[in-house]
Design a protein around this ligand. Sequence first.
Ligand code: NIG
Ligand code: FE
Length: 395
Amino acid sequence: MSGSLLIDNIGELVTNSPGDGPLGIRRDAAVLAEEGRVVWVGPSAYAPAADHRIDAGGAAVLPGFVDSHAHLVFAGDRAAEFAARMAGQPYTGGGIRTTVGATRAATDDELRGTVRRLRGEALRQGTTTMEIKSGYGLTVADEARSLRIAAESSTETTFLGAHVVPAEYADRPDDYVGLVCGPMLAAAAPYAKWIDVFCERGAFDVDHARAILACGQAVGLGVRVHANQLGPGPGVQLGVELGAASVDHCTYLSDADVDALADTAHSDGSGTRTVATLLPGAEFSTRSPYPDARRLLDAGVTVALATDCNPGSSYTSSMPFCVALAVREMRMTPAEAVWAATAGGALALRRDDIGVLTPGARADLVVLDAPSHLHLAYRPGVPLIRQVIRNGVPQ
Ligand code: NIG
Ligand code: FE
């Protein structure tokens, strides 16, 4: 579609523009997009003419969801592991190696098909930006091809060669760290924007994690960390120390962890803030306690919500589901949850062109089948995404 696009007759427009209340809400509004960007936001009655028009019919419109944490490049599934968990087995992350085996055995086209299927699923649920990690290859060739395939579907790609130590290196983790920092990073970096480490007991300790993240930084990758998911640990403070854009999971936090995150938010300058990205799909699917979102928000920490879409701990691509969980189970207000799933995700990716609907932003937006953003949590499990517009183009 070429030419300008007007979305008018919007009953409730979430702009996330600071200053107009928590979500920057405008009533009876319209948005004009041109060449993929928002060029005008204002009262529907004064909307300029455009080449194409979508009448929102009084519905709510919000920025497209920004899912800043997803593992889409894998083969197989782990439904039996999920069933065992629901029968009482704990989640330990041990199943990652099962998926590594299946992923290594898959063809490029099989992996590509899975990424496209899940990316399409997410788009239909309103996700206009999705970060995609590697991490189920864990050889030089398999990590490089995972990222090459991820880069076909997203510019937000993350090298997670340090997901777990693969079985063939079980007795020599130092050697695996050397592989990750050396040839694997060299092969992965051309396709990656970020580097991530699973810093957790049973995965990578803080010294290994620091070494790997520093190698990534040295070649220009931004830092993100899987931190404090299964128990208390050093991951969050390591992320803060290295200036990570985001520390993800944050299920078990000490007061010092919360303070360290809050300090980065206060020093602000969006270049230095470390976002706490909460992944309630993982707690849902592993039947674990949810992170304490209220404690983080009350301390002034910037919070994002993401799906963690992966075949083990959280096989959902649905940001509306995560919003509903965050409100019901984590005591976030609906406004906080919607902000965290849009503007929060953008900050977790250090992006200022998405997650907001203000002139100059990318024209990524969602028309709900509902009059208000409140309905995302109020009507859980209901397909409320009527229309998705990405880059100014109806999908
Ligand atoms: O973010 N925690 C580490 N990685 C994923 C789970 C991966 C898996 O179980 O396959 C997560 O939850
Ligand atoms: Fe994850």
